[in-house]
Design a protein around this ligand. Structure first.
Ligand code: NAD
Length: 358
C-alpha cells in the first residue's frame, strides 16, 4: 500500500493532477499495487483557505506519505502578496527545503512522433536523451534577500548566492550515480569564469570525478550550454547544475520535447519524493480543459520508478502515453496537421484506457 499526498495547487494544477491519479489507479488495477490518495492545499488555494500557502497540515501529510504528487502553484491573484506569503516563495521552496529534496531530476524524453512538434529541426532532435540534475535547495533562490532605500531616491536589491562543498558534493555524486546507469557522460554546468560559487562548484566536481573514472566528465559554462542545447542537444547525457541555471536550462530543454507540457520531474534526496510537472500553473489556459496533463502523468511514472522502485509499472504509463501519441491524439499545445485535438480530461481518460489495454 503506497500512501500518496496529492497537492493540486493552483491554475491548471487542479486539472492535470486528477489525470495522473487516473493513470496510477489504472496501473494499480493492472498490477495489483494499492495506492491511497490524500489531498491537501498548497499555494494560492491554501493561502485563500488558511492564510498561509503551506499550511502545517499539508507539510505533516507530506511527511507521513510515501510520495507526493504536486500540480503547480501561483498565479496573478497572489502576485502582490508580501513575498513570504507568495505561493512560489511561501510554499514550494519551503516544502523542498523541509523535505530535504535537494535533487531535481528532469528527463528530457523525446517521443518519436513529437519530433515535428518542436520548433527545432528533426535532424537536430533525433536521438536526444538527456537527464538534467538540478540542485534544488540552495543557491540564489534560498539566499538572503534584502532591499534598502538609497539617497538618490532609488533602491538597492540584494539576493545572496551561496553554496557549501557539502551541498555541491551530494548533488554531484547523485548525478554521477545516475550517469553510471546511462551513457556514462556527465556535463557539469557553471559560470566559473565569473562567479565564486561556480568556482567552488567546478573544483568540487573535479575532485569527485576521480571517484568515477568510468564516467567521462566535462565542464561547460551556462551561457554556452544554453546555446549547445539548441545547436547539438545529442551531445548531452547527464547535465548537473546549480538551482537557477537548472531552472532556466530545463525550460529551454523542454522545447526539445515539443512542449513544456511534456516535461516531468522528480525531486528526491529526502525521505519522501515529490513528483510534479516542470511547468507552472499556466493561468492563461486554466479552467479551459486545454492543459496538457502528460508532464504530470509522466511524473507519476517517475514516482513509480524512483520512490517505489517499480520499473515495470513506470513503463506501463510511459507506453500508454506513447500509444496515445501513436494514435494521433494531442492537446492544443502539440496539435499539428493530421493530428486530433483532445482536452485535458479526455487525454487522461485515454492514457488510463491504454494502461488497461496493455
Ligand atoms: P507556466 O509554465 O505556467 O506557463 C508558461 C507557458 O507555457 C504558458 O503559455 C502556458 O500556457 C504554457 N504551459 C505551461 N504548462 C502547460 C501545459 N501543461 N499544457 C499546455 N501549455 C502549458 O509559466 P509562467 O506563465 O511563467 O508562470 C505562471 C505561474 O506559475 C506563475 O505564478 C509562476 O510563478 C508559477 N510557476 C509555478 C511553478 C511550479 O508550480 N512549480 C513553476 C513555474 C512557474
Amino acid at each position: 500500500m503506497y500512501r500518496i499526498a496529492v497537492l493540486p495547487g493552483d491554475g491548471i494544477g487542479v486539472e492535470i493532477v486528477p489525470e495522473a491519479i487516473k493513470a496510477l489507479k489504472a496501473v494499480g488495477e493492472k498490477s495489483g499495487l494499492e495506492f491511497t490518495f490524500t489531498e491537501a492545499l498548497i499555494g494560492g488555494a491554501a493561502y485563500d483557505a488558511t492564510g498561509h500557502p503551506l499550511p502545517t497540515e499539508t507539510l505533516d501529510l507530506c511527511r507521513q506519505s510515501d510520495a507526493i504528487l504536486l500540480g503547480a502553484i501561483g498565479g496573478p491573484k497572489w502576485d502582490e502578496l508580501p513575498v513570504h506569503l507568495r505561493p512560489e516563495v511561501g510554499s514550494l521552496l519551503p516544502l523542498r527545503k523541509e523535505l530535504a529534496l535537494f535533487a531535481n531530476l528532469r528527463p528530457v524524453m523525446l517521443f518519436p512522433n513529437l519530433l515535428h512538434a518542436s520548433t527545432l529541426k528533426r535532424e537536430v532532435l533525433e536521438g536526444v536523451d538527456i537527464l538534467v540534475v538540478r540542485e534544488l535547495t540552495g543557491g540564489l533562490y534560498f539566499g538572503e534577500k534584502s532591499r534598502e532605500k538609497l539617497a538618490d531616491g532609488g533602491e538597492k536589491a540584494t539576493d545572496i548566492l551561496s553554496y557549501t562543498t557539502h551541498e555541491i558534493e551530494r548533488i554531484v555524486r547523485l548525478a554521477y550515480d545516475a550517469a553510471r546507469k546511462r551513457r556514462k557522460q556527465l556535463c557539469s554546468v557553471d559560470k566559473a569564469n565569473v562567479i565564486e560559487t561556480s568556482r567552488l562548484w567546478r573544483e568540487t566536481v573535479t575532485k569527485i570525478a576521480t571517484d568515477y573514472p568510468d564516467v567521462e566528465t566535462t565542464h561547460m559554462y551556462v551561457d554556452n550550454c544554453s546555446m549547445q542545447l539548441i545547436r547539438n542537444p545529442r551531445q548531452f547525457d547527464v547535465i548537473v547544475t546549480e538551482n537557477m541555471f537548472g531552472d532556466i536550462l530545463t525550460d529551454e530543454a523542454s522545447m526539445l520535447s515539443g512542449s513544456i507540457g511534456m516535461l516531468a520531474s522528480a525531486s528526491i534526496g529526502g525521505e519522501v519524493g515529490l513528483y510534479e510537472p516542470s511547468h507552472g500553473s499556466a493561468p492563461d489556459i486554466a479552467g479551459q480543459n486545454k492543459a496538457n496533463p502528460l508532464a504530470t502523468i509522466l511524473s507519476a511514472a517517475l514516482m513509480l520508478r524512483y520512490s517505489f522502485d517499480r520499473e515495470q509499472e513506470a513503463q506501463m504509463i510511459e507506453k500508454a502515453v506513447q500509444m496515445l501519441l501513436d494514435d494521433g491524439y494531442r492537446t492544443p499545445d502539440l496539435v499539428e496537421a493530421g493530428t486530433k485535438v483532445l482536452g485535458t480530461v479526455e487525454t487522461g481518460d485515454m492514457v488510463a484506457g491504454n494502461i488497461a489495454r496493455l
